[in-house]
Design a protein around this ligand. Structure first.
Ligand SMILES: C[S@@+](CC[C@H](N)C(=O)[O-])C[C@H]1O[C@@H](n2cnc3c(N)ncnc32)[C@H](O)[C@@H]1O
Length: 440
């Protein structure tokens, strides 16, 4: 991989990454096992009032309120990532993670004919660390990307995190342009001089040849939960506990609810979680990619339509009962990649899900680790090795996290480049990461 060999000379990023032990959210436990303090939070008061006024709410509505309510939502006004927060993510663990993803996008850009311009669109960018590592790769490979007109587009609902992203990514000397009423609510210029904009919804991002990235984004989108009963599927709701008016409890709907249409007719599990919002986003991504080209890379913990109850909470690197002290803990559910694949079907091709360990190995993580470790002092070397172990170890994040890609059909089956005289059909190059690393 020529691109990888060139980025191999790049520096060790000076920003210190979180050191173990931190808790990553892919760790699976069923919800509500850990005891937690029963605190009456402003969010709990809001939910109790709402339920008393209009009746029990779906788990999806509960997740949406708790995580992204514009006034009190967990994601809206806090930095929950890293050692001092509630959980840790791969880009916060090792710079190598983002660098390899940067190479993936360049590799796809090259394989599809080196378009004169592209947008990099990240959904749920956290602290901006991942985009920062990708941008550093773009700068190091400036000679490959020269004359390509790049712009960065971040889809973020959190006011607090968008401020942190701006600090991480933008050039201080160029003032940010703020326009809360406009679809692009903030605009600036990155440290490497690339235009960058923030949006609340994917639909607001301009259409055009784009690479989309979603890392630990789909798992925070609201899920509906269903239980199979002798009477058929019944949706799980959240109600106020009749024994204690400041406590919440799960209840089953007495009859069929509209979200039941999302359950497959041949479903064999006795409990399922469905995320219609993920379906809408995948359909939007698929339409965009089919129309204007590019690709989407989605990385998250999840399953292929096999798991049942995965709804759980995290607070201070510990499991947290999802119904206790809402608004103080993160809520998450494993991503059902089989559902994402179904939502993309017919419009674009999909690859994966494949294990993080396999994807990063195929992308050349061992080579990059060696290059960085060889020129690091002992403490940094140890940190790099610990980070590698966390990302790759099958018992840690290596097998729990998966990569999944959406690509135009012609990318996999040929037809995107002009044919040469001797070929009846151009043969497409393999998609990096989803097959074994090939050295050229
Ligand atoms: C679990 S964090 C992951 C952060 C980052 N991708 C990482 O891996 O470090 C989820 C991110 O998605 C954002 N987010 C949550 N719900 C969102 C929504 N409905 N639309 C846009 N962003 C959302 C959060 O504010 C946060 O930036």
């Amino acid at each position: 991989m020529r691109v990888l060999a060139r980025v191999g000379v790049g520096p060790l990023c000076s920003a210190a990454r979180a050191v173990i032990p931190c808790f990553w959210r892919g760790k699976y436990f069923s919800s509500g096992r850990e005891p937690a303090e029963n605190q009456v939070t402003p969010m709990l008061r809001h939910l109790v009032y709402k339920i008393k006024a209009t009746g029990p709410i779906t788990v999806a509505e509960y997740m949406k309120e708790v995580l992204t309510n514009p006034a009190k939502g967990y994601y809206v006004y806090r930095d929950m990532l890293g050692e001092k927060g509630d959980f840790i993510t791969s880009p916060e663990i090792s710079q190598i993670f983002g660098e390899l993803l940067g190479i993936w996008f360049i590799s796809e850009w090259m394989a599809t004919g080196k378009n004169a311009a592209f947008q990099l669109v990240e959904l749920g960018p956290g602290r901006g660390t991942l985009s920062g590592d990708i941008l550093r790769v773009f700068s190091q490979l400036g000679s490959v990307l020269k004359n390509c007109d790049i712009s960065i587009h971040l889809v973020e609902v959190s006011e607090k995190l968008s401020e942190i992203q701006a600090l991480t990514l933008t050039e201080e000397k160029v003032p940010l342009e703020r326009n809360p009423g406009s679809p692009a609510y903030m605009k600036g210029v990155t440290k490497s001089g690339i235009p960058i904009s923030w949006y609340r919804h994917l639909q607001d991002v301009p259409k055009g040849y784009s690479f989309y990235l979603a890392h630990e984004f789909f798992d925070v989108l609201p899920v509906h939960k269903f239980q199979k009963t002798p009477q058929g599927w019944r949706e799980v709701f959240i109600d106020v506990d009749p024994q204690a008016s400041d406590k919440l409890r799960f209840v089953l709907a007495p009859c069929v609810t509209p979200a039941e249409v999302f359950i497959q007719s041949d479903e064999t599990r006795d409990h399922v979680e469905v995320c219609p919002e993920a379906g809408v986003i995948i359909q939007e991504l698929s339409q965009r990619i089919a129309l204007t080209g590019g690709a989407a890379l989605i990385a998250d913990y999840g399953h292929d339509g096999t798991k049942t109850d995965t709804f759980r909470g995290f607070c201070g690197h510990k499991l947290h009962d999802v119904l206790i002290a809402p608004g103080t803990a993160d809520l998450t559910a494993d991503v059902d990649f089989s559902y994402l694949r179904r939502m993309a079907e017919g419009k674009v091709a999909s690859l994966g899900p494949i294990k993080q360990q396999t994807f990063l190995k195929n992308m050349g993580i061992d080579v990059r680790l060696k290059v960085l470790a060889d020129k690091s002092d002992e403490p940094s070397r140890q940190q790099l090795l610990q980070g590698y172990d966390m990302l790759m170890n099958p018992k840690k994040m290596g097998e729990r996290f998966h990569f999944f890609a959406l690509l135009p059909h012609q990318r996999l089956h040929g037809g995107s480049h002009p044919m040469n005289a001797c070929q009846s059909k151009p043969s497409p190059s393999p998609v990096a990461g989803f097959g074994e690393l090939a050295w050229r």
